[in-house]
Design a protein around this ligand. Sequence first.
Ligand code: MRU
Length: 317
Amino acid sequence: MKIDGREYRALWQEGQTIKFIDQRKLPYFFEIFTASTVDDVAYAIKEMVVRGAPAIGAAAAYGMALGQKNPETSADLLRSTRPTAHDLFYAIDYMTQAIDYRQNVFDAAATYAETIITHCKKIGENGEKVIKDSMRILTHCNAGALATIDYGTALAPLRIAHQKQKKIFVYADETRPRLQGLLTAWELYHEGIPHVLITDNAAGYFMRKKDIDLVIVGADRIAKNGDFANKIGTYEKAVVAKENHIPFYVAAPVSTFDPKLRDGSQIIIEERGRQEITEICGKTIMPEWVSVKNPAFDVTPKKYVTGFITEEGICKK
Ligand code: MRU
């Protein structure tokens, strides 16, 4: 992704350290977080310095490289950070195999990261075909370069459509409580793609008004039957899209598909802390007596999905 004329990735290796764009600070501050140990990487994943399923997979791969002296302890630590995104577990298994085969671990992690980028570009090329000129597209959360190292999943088709000079307009859901929609707006702003940020509650209003032609979202884990988990609020968007006859696509690499799960009821949903709801940008906005619940993801049944856009093509069945 290009930021003020410079190419960036969400994370990269520098010597024996891993650098992350600190996503907690964006879009106000552009700061780099440095991880020198597997504990630093685990912290970065848990605290969402780095976030988005493919990006936390790549972070975990590098975490395994940093913690190569104690591979089992490192794997357990990284697995305990966030439960929902399948890519995290997929990457740890990939690295465990690389260690078993005595490959150079940093080379293996770099290959893993490069493969994600290649897959996301391919997702963009495949997904671009469902985008017609002048379409108005809704997306939820941030499934862009920040969430995948580069290109994105849901945002990759939009990037490619824009590069091919198709006129598109994006509606980005704000995505309470962590406001990942603001990260989407930041990426679109730097890419020069016309967009607006809307509150989560406004998406149905725009869909019913026929202001939205297409919905594309990412995914954190996709079960064998096609039910999938994504950022909380995705389910509602899918239901309202179907009610309004708007095509609803899920863009994700094959590493997000979990062949071990029969259906969405088996997906573990992460519950996150109270402060994510009671505070915004470090400022308390709710009294202490307020009780909250903060599921970070929800599951959307397959019947709401028009198609899955992957690096291998678009799967409609
Ligand atoms: O909690 P987050 O910000 O890590 O959640 C991210 C999402 O839900 C994304 O939509 C998903 O990981 C796909 S990212 C390409």
